[in-house]
Ligand binder design. Structure first.
Ligand code: ATP
Ligand code: MG
Ligand code: MG
Length: 549
């Protein structure tokens, strides 16, 4: 069997477990509930939950909800649903906002140790004091307040005595540090905002850096895994833990997932939703987990993708086509083949007894181990076929229908094109064929060999469906890297709606979420809004990578 080499985080963990540094591995997935989760989060979910699956221990789900402005219960619920759908179970559901009292206590502890002070500088003054990376900063005039005075002011900040923005609590570290983040960072601000869980209990809120590491420590997180932009924050993360003398969680950073032809920040995805450029967070073109689900992706395909890309230490850009490859591989084995005509023209068989129908038998999936069983497909002398399967003046090596040419109708008979009909505009409306009665699939004694096979649906039996053909959301590989607004690079052809497609009657009651291969057309999933009265299919992915570079 193939031994996969360890990624750098697994190496660290194996060493930590071997040396006895930790007995039990505890990780967490800490989303901010300010949007729906995207494929980048899936990567972090696979990593955090995957480690405790492999090495034992457990993973917490912690909502990093210390910023009251952007957070909503809708997001909390969708994030939970998406993690479960990927197949992971968290040990504890926790909310950083549950630690507000404890965090407040930590702040008092720093104040009492002379390591935090209340500052009345304006934000402009604060920025000026910070200095630049090449110069040292300057101390705030409020830096030397006594612990007693700081405690009094901070308690009154909490009590609501001061206006929003009039004061902050700052850690007293080093205004000359080469790490800008260590130059007396703000740890609390006054903000009269309603919080989706704590309501109006608080008018002061901790900053991310003060909440995150302490939340890790409160939960005894052993390995706190985050993305590379937090490398400069690690020094502060360690400083708080050391000064507060709390459980020593350790932060490790990996490269975030970037994917071609999309954007991956919740803030940007929210713009697309708010400006109605997509049909909500779960629009099948969105890189969200719910968007992929609605589009027909399986959890397995996303896990496989995350596994294949591995854990990197340097920023990189992953090809969307790799994700598409993973879903194709999965659906090739699991999706039943059916026939659907997306751009129909009539095919009439002039020697098939008028009004007669018969039932053909189709194998559901030649790629499945059990072949997926069979289904019945009604056949008649009046069919729908794909417009592109007929050429009035055939190209060289054309093996489909053309005047005088023969093809096999999949699971049925060989037909020969005898004639065709055009409308006033010169559009083909009907192809007239004869059939070879002795050429029935599985029982062909005609002795005739044809090179082409086309799909069809019996007109009298066809179900009508709306089919949504999705393509890439952006027309450039890196919309974030382009000049101007990322929304200028949306792909105008990312959705083509086929209002009237004809599909086999076997799909009549297809349940939302079920997945099929439309023979020769691609993989399709039944949309969440599909009903037996109005069937809707979303194209998950084409059969082959047909994107023109
Ligand atoms: P966004 O800007 O998309 O909202 P974020 O990092 O602010 O990203 P969080 O909700 O804070 O979003 O993320 C939760 C976890 O998911 C964090 O640990 C974060 O590092 C991780 N994460 C977010 N985006 C990615 C990504 N593109 N690749 C890998 N991990 C990611
Ligand atoms: Mg974040
Ligand atoms: Mg964010």
């Amino acid at each position: 069997s193939e031994e996969k080499s360890l990624n750098f985080i697994e190496e660290i963990i194996e060493n930590d477990l071997k040396s006895g540094k930790y007995q039990t591995l505890v990780t967490r997935f800490p989303p901010e509930p300010n949007g729906y989760l995207h494929i980048g989060h899936a990567k972090a979910i696979c990593l955090n939950f995957g480690l405790t699956k492999k090495y034992g221990g457990y993973t917490n789900l912690r909502f990093d909800d210390t910023n009251p402005v952007t957070e909503k219960t809708e997001y909390v619920n969708s994030q939970q649903e998406d993690i479960k759908w990927l197949g992971f179970e968290w040990k504890n559901e926790l909310h950083a906002s549950d630690y507000f009292d404890e965090l407040y206590g930590f702040a008092l502890r720093l104040i009492d140790k002379g390591l935090a002070y209340v500052d009345e500088s304006t934000s402009e003054e604060l920025a000026k004091q910070k200095g630049t990376p090449t110069t040292v900063g300057t101390n705030s005039p409020f830096r030397d307040r006594s612990p007693g005075e700081n405690r009094d002011l901070f308690e009154r900040m909490r009590a609501g005595e001061f206006a929003d923005g009039s004061m902050t609590l700052r850690a007293k570290i080093d205004m000359a540090s080469p790490n800008m983040i260590m130059r007396d960072p703000i740890i609390y601000r006054i903000k009269r905002e309603h919080h989706h869980r704590t309501g109006d209990k608080w008018c002061i809120y901790p900053m991310y850096d003060f909440a995150h590491g302490q939340s890790d420590s409160i939960e005894n997180i052993t390995h706190s895994i985050c993305t590379l932009e937090y490398v400069p924050h690690r020094e502060l993360y360690d400083w708080f833990i050391e000064k507060l003398e709390i459980f020593p969680s350790k932060q490790y950073e990996f490269a975030r997932l970037n994917l071609t032809y999309t954007v991956m920040s919740k803030r940007k995805l929210l713009q697309l939703v708010n400006e109605n450029l997509v049909d909500g967070w779960d629009d099948p073109r969105m890189p969200t987990i719910s968007g992929f689900r609605r589009r027909g992706y399986t959890p397995e395909s996303i896990l496989e993708f995350c596994d294949r890309i591995g854990i990197a230490k340097r920023e990189n850009l992953i090809e969307l086509s790799l994700l598409e490859f993973c879903i194709r591989e999965d659906l090739n084995k699991s999706a039943n083949r059916v026939m659907a005509v997306l751009d129909p023209i009539k095919l009439t068989i002039n020697n098939y007894p008028e009004g007669q129908t018969e039932v053909m038998t189709g194998e559901n999936n030649p790629e499945a181990e059990d072949k997926g069983g069979t289904r019945e497909i009604p056949f008649s002398g009046s069919l729908w076929i794909e417009r592109e399967d007929f050429m009035e003046e055939p190209a060289k090596k054309w093996f489909r229908l053309a005047p005088g040419a023969m093809v096999r109708l999949k699971h049925a008979y060989i037909v020969k094109c005898e004639d065709f009909v055009k409308d006033a505009n010169g559009h083909i409306t009907e192809v007239i064929c004869s059939y070879l009665p002795e050429s029935k699939s599985g029982n062909d004694t005609s002795g005739v060999n044809v090179k082409g096979t086309i799909h069809w649906v019996s007109a009298a039996h066809a179900q009508i469906a709306e089919v949504r053909l999705y393509d890439r959301l952006f027309s450039v590989p890196s919309p974030d890297a382009e000049e101007g607004d990322f929304k200028d690079y949306l792909n105008p052809a990312s959705l083509e709606v086929v209002e009237t497609a004809y599909i086999e009657p076997a799909l009549a009651g297809a349940a939302p979420g079920s997945r099929f291969q439309f023979i020769r057309k691609g993989y399709f999933a039944v949309d969440k809004n599909s009903t037996p009265e109005k069937l809707i299919f979303n194209r998950t992915v084409t059969l082959k990578d047909s994107w023109k570079k």
